[in-house]
Every structure is written in C-alpha cells, then in structure tokens.
Design a protein around this ligand. Structure first.
Ligand code: ZN
Length: 267
C-alpha cells in the first residue's frame, strides 16, 4: 500500500511549521511595551503575511506531490490562493485579539500585586500569543513564587519562563493546524485537477480519527465529502479542511476514488 494521503499532507506541512511558529513568536518579541493601535496592526499583519506565504508553500508542495502520485498536473488557482490568504488573515486576527487580551489582563493582575508595569515588562511580553487561561497561569506563577518568599528577580524569571514555554507550544500547535489544513487544500486541488483530466473518477475525502480523538472528532470519523469541499464542524457548522477540528487535532483525511476506466486519448 502506498503512503497515505494524510502522511503526504503531514510531510508537506512539516516543512513550513518551524517557520510559522518562529514568526509568531518573533512578532511577539517585537511588540513594544505599550503597543499603540499601529503597533497592534503591525503585529497582526506581520503574522498574517508570514502565515500566508508559508501556508501557500505547504499547499503548493502538497499539490505537486499529490499530482505526481496521481500522474496528473495541476496548479493552485487564484481562488484557492485567495482562500489561503483569508484563512491566514483570520488566524492572525485571532492571535492578535488573544494577545491584546492576555497583555492587558496580565498587566492588570500584576498591578494588583502592587508591581509597577516596568518591573514586569518581560513577563508581560512573554504572554504574547497566549490565550487568557495561559496568561492567567503566568501571572499566578509570579504571585505564587512571591508568596513562597522567592526573591523578586527569581520569581519574575520563573513566570517569564513559563510564558515562553506556553508561547512556544501554542505557536507550534497553530503552525501544525494551519499548515496541515493548507496542505489538504493542496491535495484537494490535485484531486480535482486529476478528475478533470480524466485520471481518476469521483474523488472523495474521508475524515479519519486518531486513537486519542475527542468527542468532536469521533463524530467526524468516517464522514465523507467530495474532493474540493469542506467538512462541517458537528457543533459550530464551521468549515473544516482536515486536522483542524480543534487545537492539537491530529485527525487525518484520506482520499477515495476510482481509477479512470479508460485512458484519455492524447491528442
Ligand atoms: Zn481531531
């Protein structure tokens, strides 16, 4: 049996994950201490730009590998490019919104502890890219360490290290989800091209859960849609491309189709 389509998507996405995750963290490190609206815009657009570039790379690489496997040819159309651009923008907006909330809530929490903003700027910066719960855990770490009677500098370092660790993990998860999703878009393009060229018939995509799948993914397992179409999230109805039902979703998509009965005549 040849390698699965899910593993093709995985390897096309693996090539760009590191770049996506480090660009998200880089953008966070560049955030000024008290970001102006302009600085937030710059933060968001730098993430969107890098995400779009890398997602496109994953899609193109998956499309050409899939086309090769299907003995067909294809190119990513401008409408798929636009879709990837919109996905990247949406994701960057989400990251920026989370970060804005994380930064302001962390500042407020630390102020309640009687700390000056400037004393805690490194801790506050370390929450860039985190969600509220993670940011709260960073602030609570600082509070707990001070409560244990730790020296201020050492408590700060512990909290900052926790923030950076969360940021790394979260950026990696986002990178995996977005690049995998883009890779599936690439395979989809190749499937549709191969069908049009008569190399295969009736390509469909099938959601395949992993052993540790959550209840959402359990319900998605085995669902089938036409190639080029999205799955629907069972609760929200949102579009899913595969491996993107939730943060850290490891589900895959497999493709089923018939080989063309007759070779197309070559002119
Ligand atoms: Zn899943």
């Amino acid at each position: 049996m040849p390698d699965s389509w899910a593993s093709l998507a995985d390897s096309a996405s693996a090539d760009v994950r590191g770049a996506i995750s480090s660009s998200i963290r880089r953008a966070g490190n560049k955030l000024p201490w008290a970001p102006t609206p302009g600085a937030w815009t710059a933060y968001e657009s730098s993430i969107a730009e890098e995400l779009e570039t890398k997602m496109l790379e994953a899609a193109e690489s998956a499309a050409s590998r899939a086309a090769w496997r299907l003995k067909s040819e294809c190119e990513i159309s401008s409408s798929v490019r636009k879709r990837i651009g919109r996905l990247a923008e949406k994701q960057a907006e989400l990251i920026a919104d989370n970060t804005r909330t994380a930064v302001s809530e962390t500042k407020r929490k630390l102020k309640k502890l009687g700390l000056e903003d400037r004393q805690t700027r490194r801790v506050v910066r370390s929450v860039a890219g985190l969600n509220r719960q993670q940011a709260a855990s960073v602030a609570n770490t600082l509070k707990a360490k001070l409560g244990e009677g730790k020296l201020f500098g050492s408590a700060l370092r512990t909290a900052e290290a926790r923030g950076r660790k969360y940021a790394r993990t979260r950026a990696t998860r986002i990178a995996i989800a977005q690049s995998t999703s883009a890779a599936y878009m690439g395979i989809d393009v190749a499937m549709v091209c191969a069908e049009k060229a008569g190399a295969i018939q009736d390509p469909k995509r099938k959601w395949v859960k992993t052993a540790s799948a959550c209840s959402v993914c359990q319900r998605l397992h085995g669902k089938t849609v036409d190639a080029g179409k999205n799955f629907r999230h069972p609760d929200t109805g949102g579009a899913l491309r595969g491996g993107d039902a939730h943060m850290s979703c490891n589900c895959g998509v497999e493709y089923v189709y018939e080989q063309a009965k007759r070779e197309k005549a070559v002119a």
